[in-house]
Design a protein around this ligand. Structure first.
Ligand SMILES: Cc1ncc(COP(=O)(O)O)c(C=O)c1O
Length: 377
């Protein structure tokens, strides 16, 4: 079934297991007791993943990850609130854009795409502007692959008496995020990244005491998180057609996540994928945008090589012919491309990818992946 599918070394959608795909080979009605039980189990498992206990609930939202982020911001940031958005890449910028659409008051703190957000600057910004009620941050900025210091940010936000909202999309399930050690009101994630489900469902894990106060805040009917939650609690039903196959596959993916050892096991495999990838690419002359200490084991940005024989589209096509899909860059600070370490792949696939990369370089006549000095600085 998967023999001819490419390996997706991208930030998502990702390669999924055969058993996750097979879970979708059935039809369910949305009122089917079997489906309702699966949906309830999925919601509980996601709360368990952050150690949320009785304080948190999972509100699924039909759509991709952005739908969950938009639903989260739309619910928790009311019309009288003000959101400080920490930006060091495209997904921070997207949160700012969402607030433009929903006309919420915002303040922005911005860093270069190769710099992590700085908790001390957040502390100063909160001290300087008492109108700020909430702070939004991206855990792993997938634009570059950088890991932001979520725990430090959460400490300064809590110390200043403000509320934290996290976009954990590309890290959720692979990097720890524990509600007992990191204080936040809500975190957004999705079905198709590190849990290795298929795309189609966003989720927001919400502190119940904060969610209870969001009634009437949403500026959108379909993205109204409070109403979605209330409907699920009261009737076990979604308000609008749920992506049933996606939810059932997500539940199967959560079983496989548990079997692999949860966040520690999944994160361990990705760290190993990342190590093999970076060592192998460096051996071919490529250079990473980020120093290792800032890099999350999710997706790696490489500088574009200096060799004029290296044409990204040809490199991409050559890899695709050999069964691997990589990703273009999304940076403004450097000409680059990205390779993901996440999804249902491991050591064998990463080594096969490196062999394919070497092969394509030879075919293109590229001697080394070394970038020109200026780009690498
Ligand atoms: C950190 C982060 N936030 C949000 C998104 C948006 O998710 P989607 O493309 O599923 O809407 C992504 C997608 O890669 C992401 O990496």
């Amino acid at each position: 079934m998967t023999a001819h599918d490419p390996w997706l070394l991208t930030p998502g959608p990702l390669t999924t297991s055969l058993t996750v795909k097979q879970a979708m080979l059935h039809d369910w009605g949305s009122r089917d007791a079997g489906f309702i039980a699966i949906n309830n189990r999925m919601r509980k498992r996601l709360v368990d993943l952050i150690g949320g206990g009785k304080d948190f609930t999972c509100v699924p939202m039909q759509g991709s990850g952005t739908f969950a982020v938009e639903a989260m911001l739309g619910a928790f940031v009311g019309s009288k609130d003000k959101l400080l958005i920490l930006i060091n890449g495209a997904y921070g910028k997207r949160m700012a854009k969402i607030c433009e659409y929903t006309r919420r008051a915002t303040a922005i703190l911005e860093w270069a795409e190769d710099q992590p957000v700085d908790a001390a600057k957040v502390r100063d910004a909160l001290a300087a502007d008492p109108a700020i009620t909430h702070v939004a941050v991206v855990q792993c900025e997938t634009t570059s692959g950088i890991l932001n210091p979520i725990a430090e940010v959460s400490q300064v936000v809590a110390a200043a008496g403000r509320k934290l909202l996290i976009d954990a999309m590309s890290a959720f399930g692979a990097l720890p995020l524990d509600a007992k050690s990191v204080t936040f009101d809500a975190v957004a994630a999705s079905s198709n990244k590190c849990i290795e489900g298929v795309p189609g469902l966003g989720v927001v894990l919400c502190r119940i005491s904060a969610l209870e106060k969001t009634k009437g805040n949403a500026a959108s009917l379909s993205l109204d998180l409070f109403e979605q939650w209330q409907n699920l609690e009261k009737t076990s039903q979604y308000r609008f057609t749920p992506p049933i196959h996606c939810i059932v596959a997500f539940d199967q993916a959560l079983t496989e996540h548990e079997q692999e050892g949860g966040v520690a096991g999944r994160g361990g495999r990705y760290r190993n994928n990342h190590k093999i990838l970076v060592e192998g690419m460096r051996a071919l002359g490529f250079e990473t945008l980020l120093p290792d200490r800032l890099q999350a084991p999710i997706i790696v940005t490489f500088h574009m090589p200096a060799d004029p024989m290296f044409v990204f589209e040809k490199f991409y096509d050559g890899l695709r012919e050999r069964g691997f899909v990589i990703y273009p860059g999304k940076l403004t600070v450097a000409d680059s491309f990205r390779i993901g370490c996440i999804g249902h792949l491991g050591e064998a696939e990463m080594r096969a990818f490196l062999a394919a990369a070497k092969d394509v370089m030879a075919q293109l006549g590229v001697a080394s992946g070394r970038p020109n000095k200026k780009a690498a600085e």
